[in-house]
Design a protein around this ligand. Sequence first.
Ligand code: SF4
Length: 341
Amino acid sequence: MDRFSTLITAWYRQNARELPWRETNNPYFIWLSEIILQQTRVEQGLPYYLKFTKNYPLISDLASAKQDQVLNDWQGLGYYSRARNLQTAAQQVMNDFKGEFPKTYDEIITLKGIGDYTASAISSFAFNESKAVVDGNVYRLLSRYLDIHTPIDSTLGKKEFKLAAEKLIDPKNPAEHNQAIMEMGAMVCTPKNPNCQSCPLIDSCQGFANGSFLELPKKEKKTKVRNRYFHYLLFDDGQSTFINKRGKKDVWEGLYDFPLIEQTEKGELSKENISNWKLENIEVITELKHVLSHQRIYATFWKVDSQIEMSAYQKVKISELGDYPMPQLLIRYLESSANIW
Ligand code: SF4
């Protein structure tokens, strides 16, 4: 343990990137940064961190904000459940912890949207609790350093890697140790071309010694990607259009989109749908392909001139569309040159 931790923390002191969430002990700010950075590159997450700490400087500000506002501020970052959970957890802190961010791993992990990784990160960075973080970077580095071939997405693998990380952590210096191991994974032991020649662990790295490091880490499941075919209807009477707030249990819960017809096959809008929706005078504006982690969306945008009764939808002014948080696919459309407005 000692040597591993000494080597990586010495490297970290020389090479760490300067990032604002590393300059603070405030658990609320650390938590914000951790949630923003899940599945997100540092360069992309940084402006969102700055925006959230500015717009919601206290956890009470986030707890009491309008959900539309929070989702609007999150717009463009994707995985919107993170933003909804952030706000629910902020409300939990206000109600269950008297507004004070909980101080231990065991309490932090009870908050909505916080799993083992995030609870370990906050409790170690803010409170120096000896809990080892295991994120994608740590999985990669440890699988190579210890030459572990157990799939990282298996139950057994999760246990094995957590145990290995707990054995290696320096209990006297957990915050810096955790920062160092993640930074090493992000900057040196990278997925495609790990920079072994400048790695402080090269002499004791078993994956390097055995020549297996490029095959690691192993994964069990391949992510299945599903194709979906969306047809968005953009009603236009010169002033207003219709939008719809996405419901519960939806990946886009709380966001707004245009009236949507989903078909199972690629191609034109079916005759049945055109007649069911009583659509007349429709024409294709543009088509966009949008890729999410488990879905490939082929979206066709239709201009609809006909005026029909759309009581299930919200009628809004076209000039005010920007006030409504929308999925990235629709932001792309609204920002494209094909946009009719
Ligand atoms: S020596 Fe290479 S494979 Fe081993 S931990 Fe360092 S960068 Fe990763």
